[in-house]
Write a protein of this length. Structure first.
Length: 270
């Protein structure tokens, strides 16, 4: 049994893609608590956009957006070779694991810290003056821990709802395009389905997390949603060559007969 699994290329490929899929989604959720300036990170002046009556908008994004485009690329690849059932299985598994991770974070947050913990990472080899300077900055280390790992409930709900809706829409659009174009136009079904699903994702997460959960105005939600989608749109287009490279690599690994058989079987699920 184990030999059959280990030696089966289709199973090994699914495990590999599933691992990266889940890992990217988990990491994106956890690092998403940080908001960064895209323009400053690139060394350019921030843009000043005006949308829906909201002024001075720029690309201030959650760090999680760095990984979500790769999640959607993996979604399209899994969709191509394993069909809707493969994508839905991993999507539901990912949501369950994210909820489990946040539950464990909550347990960790509620644990009473040891007295020595805030200073435990300070190297005794440092001069005493430097040790004291560092200690003064981490006097409330437990509070910082809570801020980083203790994301708000509405943000968690919003991101998970948006993720599931985005995945379902991505699958549906992908196979609708493929049914019309066949094996041609990989870019259209892969990038096209990503553009549609990320458009929905960009607004659903903000609507749930901040319109329902934080009393943001609808105009602010729409304005920030457009800014976020502009970034995701650009990344989806930029990653199109990656999709072709991944198809080529996977087809070479599986061999043309097996790759074709898997694609046909994936399409028949619909």
């Amino acid at each position: 049994m184990i030999d059959n699994i280990v030696n089966n290329k289709a199973i090994k490929l699914f495990i590999l893609m599933a691992g990266f899929f889940v890992a990217n989604a988990l990491i994106a959720e956890f690092i998403g608590v940080k908001i960064f300036s895209l323009e400053h990170s690139l060394g350019i002046e921030p843009l000043s956009l005006s949308l829906f009556g909201v002024d001075n908008l720029s690309f201030n994004l959650t760090a999680g957006v760095l990984l979500w485009p790769f999640v959607f690329v993996l979604t399209d690849l899994i969709n191509e070779y394993y069909g809707q059932r493969g994508v839905k299985l991993l999507s539901y598994l990912t949501v369950g694991l994210i909820l489990y991770a946040f539950a464990m974070f909550y347990v960790g947050i509620e644990l009473t810290p040891a007295d020595f913990w805030p200073q435990s990472h300070i190297s005794p080899a440092l001069p005493s003056a430097e040790q004291q300077a560092i200690a003064s900055k981490v006097s409330d280390y437990d509070y910082a821990y809570r801020l980083v790992f203790g994301q708000g409930l509405w943000i968690i709900i919003g991101s998970l709802v948006a993720f599931l809706i985005g995945q379902i829409i991505d699958v549906a659009v992908f196979h609708r395009i493929k049914a019309s174009t066949g094996e041609r136009l990989i870019w259209l079904r892969a990038t096209g389905s990503t553009l549609v699903s990320q458009f929905i994702d960009s607004f659903v997460v903000l609507f749930v997390a901040f319109y329902l959960g934080a009393d943001w105005g609808l105009s602010l939600v729409l304005a920030i949603g457009v800014v976020n989608y502009l970034y995701k749109f650009t990344m989806a287009i930029a990653l199109t060559p990656v999709i072709y490279a991944a198809h080529y690599t996977i087809d070479r690994y599986l061999g043309e007969p097996l790759a074709t058989e898997m694609k046909i079987a994936a399409q028949r699920q619909n």
